[in-house]
Design a protein around this ligand. Structure first.
Ligand SMILES: Cc1ncc(COP(=O)(O)O)c(C=O)c1O
Length: 494
């Protein structure tokens, strides 16, 4: 497409840009909007960087950086020697849904810039998945339901006499979490630093809201947890995808891309999804970087309870990061994915601002489940449940490996890790993980494609297979189904 044929409305958001946003971010967003609204269709060629830079009176580097961001997020693809093109692999239903909403949104009064950014985001989960072998789902049958019910009943009575709602959470639960984290994770904190949130998702969102400005750089893991990208984009911040290797997050790679990053958002105990642990020297280097550069580390410690092959690792917060680490954890994996209780541990200097923001956001969460959970922890039932699940999940992990080795020898290769609730299996060249997962999901298997956790072109093909929620019989049945799909070879890319 020559510059003369280029749709002029594409330029408007860029020309009407917000001065707080760097030019390359504004240009990236202009292209992003044009693509998701369907003004630039799949396969359309983007103008060359030089003439576009001249037409917009910006430097060529600005255009190049915007194109690199579009490439990294999968909006465009490049063909060697031919230029950049709108990606042919955008989720079709997303683009179609945006187009069909276009009429409705064209006629409504203006929304905030925040809404506009939020509307442009690609949802993390667009396809329905099955219910078997799902990563991140624990064994519901093994949950001590009768003990839990007793605590819920007691909590209902306690509610009768509880007068004050605490924005930061029920005092009993905060005390219990503080002492649990102290013992189990080496987190150095007082209960005053604990804030109960509706899952880690809210904890991460709130943290980003208070830590970053529009245009700020946030280093994230690549591959990494996809649930966080939308929150970063919604804040108008810029994601910097940082390579993960066997030793975890590479600060060197992050700083090479973004020397002035404000935040590193990481899963050091077990990278999601690969399962790698951040090595001690890299942990210390990251804490040093944060201290020296007045940057923040957000430590997402989502399932460190399930480390099978060795003693629990100390958190980064407890390794000298008390002043620069915002630590978050969740009960979604230990208790139930619908419990929607997670927490933050914030440095003392941030307690007031987080408390103020939480007051405006939701005024505090429902007391009933918090009181029940507080009692569940205080009686020691929580830690014994964790201990039992750790044993059970370790057995299930080994059973899964055995079944895979029996049914798909030389095809699926497990990534060795020390725990978790899923295993990652790499696929040989030529296999498409997305196609396998589509077929598996149609048969009620809830496995995920590894490639969908990557930002950019370099994507490893593999499968995330959950082992925590399925007993041996069900796992056997599901793995046989998967083996049938994989062994027929129809999903091999030509
Ligand atoms: C790495 C990671 N962080 C955070 C979350 C969010 O957890 P929650 O259910 O507490 O919102 C998840 C959910 O699976 C996750 O995998």
């Amino acid at each position: 497409m020559s510059l003369a044929d280029f749709p002029s409305e594409l330029f408007l958001p860029f020309l009407n840009q917000d001065n707080n946003v760097p030019q390359y971010v504004a240009l990236f967003r202009a292209f992003q909007q044009a693509i998701v609204k369907g003004h630039l269709i799949a396969g359309a060629k983007l103008p060359a960087t030089r003439p576009l830079a001249t037409a917009l009176s910006v430097s060529r580097n600005t255009v190049k950086t915007a194109y690199e961001m579009l490439l990294a997020e999968g909006y465009i693809e490049t063909k060697h020697g031919a230029g950049s093109f709108v990606s042919t692999q955008l989720p079709e239903q997303f683009v179609a849904a945006k187009c069909s909403n276009a009429n409705a949104t064209n006629h409504r009064p203006a929304l905030s810039l925040f809404s506009q950014r939020t509307e442009q985001l690609i949802p993390t989960q667009t396809t329905k998945t099955g219910s078997l072998l799902r990563p991140a789902h624990g064994c519901v049958q093994s949950f001590p339901w009768s003990q839990w019910q007793k605590h819920v009943t007691k909590a209902a009575h306690t509610m009768k006499y509880a007068s004050l709602n605490s924005v930061l959470g029920a005092p009993l639960l905060r005390e219990q979490i503080a002492s649990y984290l102290n013992v189990a994770r080496g987190v150095k904190c007082h209960e005053k630093q604990i804030i109960i949130c509706s899952g880690s998702q809210q904890a991460l969102y709130l943290s980003l809201q208070l830590l970053v400005n529009q245009g700020d750089h946030v280093m994230i893991e690549n591959p990494g947890y996809s649930g966080i990208g939308g929150s970063i984009d919604a804040m108008g911040a810029v994601k910097v995808p940082v390579t993960i290797d066997q030793h975890g997050f590479s600060l060197e790679d992050g700083l090479a891309q973004s020397p002035n990053a404000r935040v590193a958002l990481i899963t050091p105990s077990r990278n999601y999804p690969m399962g790698y642990t951040l090595s001690l020297d890299r942990r210390l280097a990251l804490i040093n970087w944060a201290k020296q550069n007045k940057a923040w580390i957000i430590e997402d410690d989502y399932d460190s309870e399930f480390r099978f092959d060795g003693p629990p690792l100390s958190s980064m917060q407890g390794l000298g990061g008390e002043k620069c680490v915002i630590y978050t954890g969740t009960f979604s994996r230990i208790l139930h994915s619908s419990i929607r209780i997670g927490y933050l541990v914030v440095p003392e200097s941030l307690v007031d601002v987080f408390s103020q923001a939480k007051q405006f956001m939701d005024g505090g969460l429902s007391q009933l489940p918090q009181l029940a959970l507080g009692e569940f922890m205080a009686t020691g039932q929580f830690t014994s449940h964790v201990r039992r699940m750790r044993k059970l999940y370790q057995q299930r992990r080994d059973t899964l490996k055995q079944l895979v080795d029996e049914t798909m020898p030389n095809i699926l290769q497990r990534v060795e890790t020390d725990g978790g609730m899923h295993s990652v299996f790499l696929l040989p060249e030529g296999y498409s993980d997305i196609e396998i997962c589509q077929k598996a999901n149609a048969q009620d298997l809830g496995i995920y494609a590894l490639s969908s956790y990557y930002v950019g072109k370099q994507k490893q093909q593999g499968l995330l297979i959950g082992f925590a929620g399925d007993n041996e019989e069900s796992m056997k049945h599901s793995i046989y189904k998967l083996a049938q799909i994989i062994n027929t070879g129809h999903h091999l890319s030509s």
